[in-house]
Ligand binder design. Structure first.
Ligand code: HAM
Length: 422
């Protein structure tokens, strides 16, 4: 027998018993985004590699070691998108979306990072990202956080916490990096291998180290917040006041620096302790310099992305029942005449937006009812030769202790409707 070809490591199939929850979660997110008047944007999965190295930063983990990069048949260097912000900004500049207008955009889809796979960390994973352009003030930062909090509420997730920091302007961050580099160099002997490397390439990222042996050095490091320029300080203070007025709890984490280079001012992260090591479910911040850095004009920008695998895992842990596209009706058909009439009847029910699985094949009633039960349908409808000739049909409730009963086919819809609108 031929070898079975397996999926690429870290890239998962989503099976039919999982996709109902995925669709329900995606639908909650999309509905919420439209309640805030955000519009969808779609851009390619593949972009020129330079887009990511120029935006995410050449010395970040993503660009250094996690991108799926290859030359196509023309020899062009391309990369599967590791995140959406860069592509969104590229599309916005190229299509003139930032000229004298503001934008509130969202996207949803797969991202690719060659990370070490583990629970909650995959090489292909799904994000919903939100990016706003053309807003300077902290009100939009607040809106994004309030919007994400609404999504958690709708999904029934209460075990999540919000951490905030401000990275200040490019100038204040450069000043801080100098002080931090001096401090870390003084402690060079105690740095682990990763941090020694980062000290040279990207000292801010040392603060992100999860190594327990590094925590003492990190705790004593000078804090970025003490080096903020006054405009960034004011922006950050106002944001905190606004969040408080929305009753959003948050924790200021001076070590929150994020793994991508394009951030300035506000950065934030929603996380949970219910998912083990991969607890970040949503993260983002301001990237006021990125549009100009990629060739556009100076445009303020802020956004976030949430990891859908992690959110769905949380929804599963919480055991919340989201409406998940279940089958409403299983139509059991016995005999050639019933099959023909039944297919037409099923179409009529679908015209009324009911979800109907019509049995195909010549199985016994017993076997059809067994399959009906397994399908999760709420009702079985039974149509045999007798029913066809008398114009009747049998309704058998599958999820309540009620006996089956026979109704006129013409009355069928009015018998079923109350159960589906209740
Ligand atoms: P990020 O922090 O790299 O930010 O990713 C955002 C979220 O995507 C994470 O908090 C996590 O939930 C999920 N995620 C990231 N990597 C993986 C993975 N390997 N497996 C599963 N889930 C993962 C960004 O991507 C920025 N573009 C966010 C942003 C938008 N900032 C401004 N606008």
């Amino acid at each position: 027998m031929a070898d079975i070809i397996q999926a690429v490591r870290g890239m998962n199939d989503l099976l039919p018993d999982q996709t109902g929850t995925w669709q329900a979660v995606e639908s909650v997110i999309k509905t919420t985004l439209s309640e805030y008047a955000y519009k969808e944007i779609r851009f390619p999965l593949l972009e020129k590699t330079a887009l990511f190295s120029r935006s995410i930063g050449g010395a970040t983990d993503i660009v250094e070691k996690e991108m799926y990069t290859f030359a196509d048949r023309n020899g062009d260097k391309l990369t599967l998108r590791p995140e959406g912000t860069a592509g969104c900004v590229r599309a916005g500049i190229q299509n003139g979306l930032f000229h004298n207008q503001t934008q509130r955009l969202w996207y949803m889809g797969p991202m690719f990072r060659h990370e070490r796979p583990q629970k909650g960390r995959y090489r292909q994973f799904y994000q919903t990202g939100v990016e706003c352009f053309g807003f300077d003030g902290p009100d939009i930062d607040c809106e994004l956080i309030v919007l994400s909090a609404r999504i958690w509420r709708k999904l029934g997730l209460d075990n999540v916490k919000l951490e905030l920091n401000s990275l200040g302007s490019l100038e204040s961050r450069t000043a801080y990096i100098k002080v931090l580099t001096a401090y870390l160099s003084d402690n060079a002997d105690d740095l682990d291998e990763d941090s020694t490397r980062r000290l040279k390439s990207n000292p801010l990222r040392v603060l992100d180290s999860k190594n327990p042996d590094m925590q003492n050095i990190i705790a004593q490091a000078p804090e970025l917040i003490d080096y903020l320029d006054s405009a960034s300080r004011e922006h950050f203070d106002q944001l905190q006041e606004m969040l408080a007025s929305h009753n959003i709890d948050f924790l200021i984490n001076p070590r929150l620096v994020r793994g991508l280079d394009y951030y300035s001012r506000t950065v934030f992260e929603w996380s949970t302790d219910q998912l083990g090591a991969q607890g970040a479910i949503c993260a983002g911040g301001r990237f006021d310099g990125l549009v100009a850095q990629l060739g556009g004009k100076q445009v303020s920008a802020v956004g976030f992305a949430m990891g859908l695998e992690r959110i769905i895992e949380l929804v599963n842990i919480a055991g919340n029942n989201l409406p998940s596209g279940d089958i409403g009706i299983y139509l059991c058909l016995l005999g050639a005449e019933a099959k023909r009439a039944g297919m037409l009847l099923a179409e009529k029910l679908r015209d009324k937006s009911l979800s109907v699985l019509a049995h195909c094949g010549d199985n016994s009633l017993k076997s059809q009812l067994k399959q009906a039960d397994k399908s999760g349908a709420r009702f079985a409808l039974i149509l045999g030769e007798d029913e066809v000739s008398s114009g009747k049909i049998i309704i058998k409730p599958l999820r309540e202790k009620k006996s089956q009963y026979s109704v006129e086919q013409t009355d069928l819809y009015s018998h079923l409707l109350p159960s589906f609108t209740a």
